[in-house]
Design a protein around this ligand. Sequence first.
Ligand code: SAM
Length: 291
Amino acid sequence: MIKDIATPARTKEILNKFGFSFKKSLGQNFLIDTNVLRNIVDAANISESTGVIEVGPGIGALTEQLAKRAKKVVSFEIDQRLLPVLDETLAPYDNVSIIHSDVLKADIHQTIKEQFKDTSDIMVVANLPYYVTTPILMKLLEEHLPIRGIVVMIQAEVADRIAAKPGTKEYGALSIAAQYFAEAERVLTVPATVFVPQPRVDSAVLRLTVRDEPAVSVSDESYFFQVFHASFANRRKTILNNLVHNLGPKERKTDIEEALHEAGIDPKRRGETLSPEEFAILSEALLKRFP
Ligand code: SAM
């Protein structure tokens, strides 16, 4: 019978055997609790017809639990020192491929084409390196990958910002960006004690279910993103001031005022009170004036 990787004793044994030392700069906090791992796999609704993309397998703790349930697992790992470790720890599983690459530089569309030829149900599942959580999530969403969703362990505070609703203090550009592409829910809170080394922050599992169509309809996605990013540049400023100072050089104050008026938005409101729908209407009203 194979012993799970994610126990304190087995993890210690593996780390000692390979003389592995953690690199803080790569966000290396490994999971040592199989219950938490099973909960992550459950939250992703993995079956034997699911293809899984994992970011950062570490020594294979989550990879192993995924391999037991999924059709196939493809994991991107940046740290070359982990390749011989994974070779050994994942040897019992013939449905795992490790790609030595920075996931931010990887062509994931191509990987899906090559590795998941006859798989229609694809999920991304990961215990993400916390130093690059947002760029990784935004890459996965913005590239319009053919995936059902994403289940990730991240900093609890970031999970709350991503899943936040308008009018709350957590709501901001990241909430709108993520919720434009996906439905977001925080599904699990996880204590620091289930990791080695223990992170200093609380962690949570976030589930993103990719929408068939974006949450709001806009004619220019990148301009819509520019508009709401500019609107949150300084949270204490009004929407008018933020847009005047942070949109482009071509957008004049009087035109911005007119666009806000047309969109039915009081120029004294702050970005965090606007719904994604209002940002979409505003973005269209601005676009008319600055095509
Ligand atoms: N999945 C393992 C677990 O749960 O125990 C390890 C998770 S650890 C939080 C993050 C992993 O991501 C590490 O193995 C780290 O080397 C890897 N990593 C960090 N930056 C990466 C990047 N840009 N691309 C791919 N992997 C990365």
